[in-house]
Design a protein around this ligand. Sequence first.
Ligand SMILES: Cc1cc2nc3c(=O)[nH]c(=O)nc-3n(C[C@H](O)[C@H](O)[C@H](O)COP(=O)(O)O)c2cc1C
Length: 335
Amino acid sequence: MFDFRDLDRPIIGAPMAGGPSTPELAAAVTNAGGLGFLAAGYRTPEDLAAQLSAVSALTGGPIGVNLFVPDAFQPDPALLDAYVASLRPETEALGVEVGQPRYDDDGWDAKLSLVLDARPAAVSFTFGCPDSQVLKRMADAGILPIVTVTTSAEAEFAVAAGARALAVQGPGAGGHRGTLDQRSVPTDDRLEDTLAAVRSVTAVPLAAGGGVSGPSDVVRLRGAGADAVQVGTALLLADEAGTNPLHRAVLAGGQFAGTSLTRAYTGRYARGLTNRFILEHSDAPAGYPHLHYATAPLRKAAVAQGNADVAHLWAGTGFASARPEPAAKIVEALA
Ligand SMILES: Cc1cc2nc3c(=O)[nH]c(=O)nc-3n(C[C@H](O)[C@H](O)[C@H](O)COP(=O)(O)O)c2cc1C
């Protein structure tokens, strides 16, 4: 079975759903000696199948696939309704309607089958820990099952369920936090401290990520016990990334000073550039994927209209160091 310690360069190209992760980006990271990832989240199973076949034509090296674990959590209807109502002035200004809040499992069973058929080197899970049967099926098929965790308690739980490796995500990470329970407020503990705590409860290989902006971060996290370092934001401007033009422009343009953790867009905590929407909608309740669907038309319209005040602009705390370069150069520089 694949092991992070087999990589020529200890760098993992983080899965980034919503566009940035492409087969070209995943293959470029792998071909540079790291581990590239496809992001299956939000995609239809048909899309994922096409991406799996595209990536296999671009590289013969190890590839990972990332899946969102379904969470049957039911948001408080009164809080959900009030929040959805508060979005109306935003949607009216953009000329769209609020989306219908709803639950779905993101095509879980179909995507698991596709992964089992394609047998990538690794599969990583976020937004929860799959049951032990799922993790065992992956391991039995020779696919390294990785679970994303943010605390040592989550790490113990995931390893007990059958995770053979962990993606330990720190507070500076761009995009969604992988906390197993969406109702819990993500920890602010330093990634090195969480890594040390995780190391004290398990011997499985660890990838660590969140806020990595350069090679000194990689050295620091490797020194703190990480077998590989996972980077997302550093690859958002890579030539091969599918990052949308607005997201690229604001990352390259430097008009935002910082990032914030917010539930405003999806009902699950995620880190993005601190824009007006985040500042004015800090009252969003827990409710993923319900709020993801409620804000979908608004997010899509904001991106299409180039509206950075409203669009979701996921970024980690190291965003100012992202550079528009081939992914191989970014991986080489980090390693
Ligand atoms: C735009 C974007 C999308 C992301 N999408 C996913 C995803 O689909 N699945 C996942 O496990 N993590 C996702 N993440 C989180 C990354 O896996 C990783 O934890 C994070 O990028 C590391 O922090 P950094 O962005 O500071 O490098 C995403 C991050 C970003 C920036």
